[in-house]
Design a protein around this ligand. Structure first.
Ligand SMILES: Cc1cc2nc3c(=O)[nH]c(=O)nc-3n(C[C@H](O)[C@H](O)[C@H](O)COP(=O)(O)OP(=O)(O)OC[C@H]3O[C@@H](n4cnc5c(N)ncnc54)[C@H](O)[C@@H]3O)c2cc1C
Length: 431
């Protein structure tokens, strides 16, 4: 099976690159280990409920992603409602932490040597313990990161990047996020791209303008050859060594500057939105129970849905590692009984389903999403550099614009990798 360009991984990065190349007349093969496209976008439909087990939110107004959503004619809605904190045995408006978060504003103009967020906190004894715990909870929860590893320089770059796209606004795709990768696939295939599902790449041998991939397809060995390759698998997969590269592309050395973050999320579907019987909770959106496990929750407000979703990011996610949906459901019922001050039997009686996906144990992901470790702020830039007009990397971890760990980062990286491939072909680097 001979193609111009091979792409490994049909998440948003690989799909976007495939579409862009196919629309430019390049013969593309997209090789995907699982039986579906979309990677870490995973939507499950249970009765009338549409549940996201991977990416859920469109963060702000990144133009590349919104262009796709609009092109696909998908309806979206913006999150709104009350964000409450469980304090003093009840849900209430949390105290304004703006002052605490202002400590992080200095990251945007960070000129000193890079440090971890933990080292930064150690240098600031004036930040009191409550504020410290809240900041750690925020940095670890949002970035799925260990605060002992994550780089403050990268946090500054991320903050600036978010300001450019109104990143504090959150949107959902009403009919399911997976319709975005499906749209991208339809466009790529209409332009002639070939998709091979259940095709897990195990090794890549390459020399300038000649790439050979060995893969397992429906448990049979298959071989693909091409002039160029875009490697668009998650950072966790790259770091695990489950794909062997010969020789190792130089970009891979820089993967050490990035970490694959850990997160656990699960969604409970209830018979009714029982919490709304309390008028104070009628518009409940996010709620935080800092010392509980899981510590972060959200409703689907303002959507007409009966779900509650739980989230824990960073090292604390290990506490839920290996738990089945039934285990998670029981843990959640006990937590929610405390948070909503109701008998646990009442919550259990309301529960219909618990849906979860363990991204840490999924061999096609091996983690949630990437973050930058101390000294690694340039790692994704280095990983985005092509090798000899032949090997290119894409995926959220190779985004060079500070948006690591998001769907729009994956889209951007796919556009960038396709452009690099086309430039090299135009410049006759490829015969
Ligand atoms: C729980 C969770 C919640 C998230 N929430 C959000 C959110 O709200 N908003 C947001 O913007 N982002 C969110 N993200 C991050 C977002 O999902 C990712 O950044 C983005 O989807 C990554 O796209 P990608 O193309 O880089 O990688 P992926 O989507 O992971 O695609 C990589 C593909 O490579 C395939 N693959 C792996 N190994 C092989 C192999 N050997 N051979 C062939 N194929 C292989 C995989 O099966 C996969 O399809 C979340 C992620 C998780 C896990």
């Amino acid at each position: 099976m001979e193609f111009d360009v091979l792409i490994i991984g049909a998440g948003m990065a690989g799909l976007t690159a495939a579409r862009s190349l196919a629309e430019s007349g390049v013969r593309v093969a997209l090789l995907e280990a699982s039986s579906r496209v979309g990677g870490r976008i995973l939507t499950v439909r249970e009765g009338e409920e549409i549940v996201e087990l991977g990416a859920e939110f469109v963060h702000g107004k990144p133009p590349e992603l919104w262009r796709l959503i609009e092109e696909a004619g998908l309806e979206t809605f913006e999150l709104e409602g009350d964000n409450l904190t469980f304090e003093g045995q009840r849900l209430q408006q949390g105290e304004d932490m703006g002052e605490n978060f202002s400590a992080m504003e200095q990251f945007e103009d960070w000129q000193k040597p890079d440090l971890s967020f933990a080292a930064f906190l150690a240098q600031h004894p004036e930040i009191d313990d409550a504020a410290r715990q809240q900041l750690i909870g925020f940095v670890e929860g949002f970035n799925a990161a260990d605060h002992h590893d994550i780089s403050v320089l990268s946090l500054g770059l991320q903050q600036k990047a978010e300001e450019e796209i109104e990143g504090d606004r959150l949107f959902r795709v009403r009919a399911g996020y997976d319709l975005v990768p499906q749209h991208q696939l339809a466009r790529a295939q209409a332009a002639g791209a070939h998709l091979y599902l259940e095709t897990s790449v195990e090794s890549m041998d390459w020399q300038p303008h000649r790439v050979t991939l060995q893969a397992q397809q429906h448990e049979r060995p298959v071989c693909f050859t091409g002039q160029q390759v875009i490697v668009a698998v998650p950072l966790g997969v790259l770091k695990s060594g489950s794909i062997s590269f010969s020789p190792q592309p130089p970009a891979l050395r820089h993967a050490t500057g990035l970490c694959m973050g850990q997160a656990r999320r699960f969604t409970l579907i209830f018979r009714e939105r029982f919490w709304q019987s309390d008028p104070a909770l009628a518009n409940l959106s996010f709620f935080f129970a800092r010392d509980a496990m899981p510590p972060v929750w959200w409703t689907a407000h303002p959507a007409n849905s009966h779900t509650l979703t739980a989230w824990v990011g960073g090292p604390r996610a290990h506490q839920l590692s290996g738990l089945t949906p039934a285990n998670l459901a029981e843990l959640a019922c006990v937590q929610l009984a405390t948070i909503f001050a109701r008998p646990v039997e009442q919550i259990r009686a309301q529960l219909l389903h618990c849906l979860a996906h363990d991204w840490q144990r999924d061999p096609c992901a091996l983690g949630a999403y990437s973050y930058v470790s101390v000294g690694g702020a340039e790692a994704s830039l280095r990983m985005s550099e092509p090798a000899q007009g032949t090997v290119y990397f894409a995926g959220e971890h190779t985004d060079t614009t500070g948006h690591w760990g998001t769907v729009h980062a994956a889209v951007r990286s796919g556009i960038r990798a396709a452009r690099q491939v086309l430039d090299d072909r135009d410049n006759h680097i490829v015969a």
